[in-house]
Design a protein. Structure first.
Length: 119
C-alpha cells in the first residue's frame, strides 16, 4: 500500500492550493486519514484529520482556512488550503490508518509535498 501526496507548489500569501493524497494497493479498509506538516527546523505537526464517515478536526492555526475532505470510492483525501500565510510554508504529509487484507491494523505515510508561501 502506498500513499502519494501531490499538489504542492509556490503560492503568494492569501492564495489557495489543493493537496491530494491517493492511496494505492490492496487494503481492506481505510479508517481515519490525516494531514501533517513540517516546517524547516520544526517538529512535524498535525494539521487535521478526517474519519471514515467524514468528521473532521483541525489545528487551531488552520481552522477556518483549511478544509479536509475524502472520496472513499477513490481512496483519496484532499486538503483545500485558502488564505495561505507565510507560516503555512512546510512539507505536507498524509497519513492513513486502516486494516490490510489480513485485517491487521496498519499506519501508512505518504512521501510529502512542498508548499511554499512567498511573495
Amino acid at each position: 500500500v502506498q500513499l502519494q501526496a501531490s499538489g504542492g507548489g509556490l503560492v503568494q500569501p492569501g492564495g489557495s492550493l489543493r493537496l491530494s493524497c491517493i492511496t494505492s494497493g490492496r487494503i481492506f479498509r481505510l479508517n481515519a486519514m490525516y494531514w501533517y506538516r513540517q516546517a524547516p527546523g520544526k517538529q512535524r505537526e498535525l494539521v487535521g484529520s478526517i474519519s471514515s464517515d467524514g468528521s473532521t478536526n483541525y489545528a487551531d492555526s488552520v481552522k477556518g482556512r483549511f478544509t479536509i475532505s475524502r472520496d472513499n470510492a477513490k481512496n483519496t483525501m484532499y486538503l483545500l488550503m485558502n488564505s495561505l500565510k507565510l507560516e503555512d510554508t512546510a512539507v505536507y504529509y498524509c497519513r492513513a490508518d486502516g486494516r490490510d487484507v489480513l485485517l491487521s491494523a496498519r499506519t501508512y505515510w505518504g512521501q510529502g509535498t512542498q508548499v511554499t508561501v512567498s511573495s
